[in-house]
Design a protein around this ligand. Sequence first.
Ligand code: 13P
Ligand code: SF4
Length: 303
Amino acid sequence: MSLSDRIEELKEENDAVIVAHNYQVGEIQDAAEFVGDSFGLARKVTELDVSNVVFCGVDFMVESAAVLNTDKRIIHPESQAGCPMAQMVDLDELRDYKEKNPDAAVVSYVNTNIETKAESDVCCTSSNAVKVVESLDNPKVLFVPDRNLGHYVKRFVQDKEVDLWEGYCATHDDIMKEDVEKLMNEYPEAEVVVHPECKPEIVDIADFVESTAGILERAKTTSAKHMIIGTEKEMGYRLKKEVPEKEYHFPGDPTCQNMKKITLEKVVRSLERLEPVITVDEGLASRAKKPLERMIRIGRGSE
Ligand code: 13P
Ligand code: SF4
């Protein structure tokens, strides 16, 4: 029996659903019931009426799902699949900032660990960061941890002071302007769509700045035949699968090694054993749940 057939059998036997982020390898995307961006996955899991969710993504996504869904078993096929940016917040420094700036709201990107979320007023994803910051009454905001997404937010928010943390995603931060420009010269008619985790100089030359789900939406709606995509390379699999008539060009070879730690074999093992189950400290979970739920209530930027 093929691994894919075995997966289908196990899902049925165990009342399980697989969800996967857009950066997961193609065969995992194919095995999943739902593939999406961080916001879509966070919301989707809360809507599922199943006992077991096998979550193919990195640790902060799975942890958020566990915080938001105490009624389901949230299973992470590879607990070593982490997001380095999520570890870039020093809690003492964050608490110190809060003490010195009592009027500031802490907005944490979902790419943070549960301890950081527990210290935050509201979370956001790349799909609604601007909307979340705009929704706040505070005169001042601390945006953690992605300085690039924070810079992007600052372009739209003039009525608040927005302080930035010095975190970044190496996969996106390493995308080079010269590589994007080279592709722009090669395909002058191409539409340039990048993720807001890219550096400001990349955002400056892009036509659109979108979350991974937003990039897919652009591919579905644009009349451009060629697209230059500034994000992790596996996005190309999703794009080619859903909108095959277009050509997608990636500057360099942007790869998130952590996303690739999950394999189809590990998904089968997780479905057979229904583990590893993600558990979170109850006290921390109840504090982290509030900013996560507030983020979901605010909705996507496009809603
Ligand atoms: P999205 O929310 O746009 O899918 O991005 C998640 C992420 O980790 C980007 O690096
Ligand atoms: Fe984290 Fe970057 Fe990987 Fe996204 S691409 S999960 S931000 S390391």
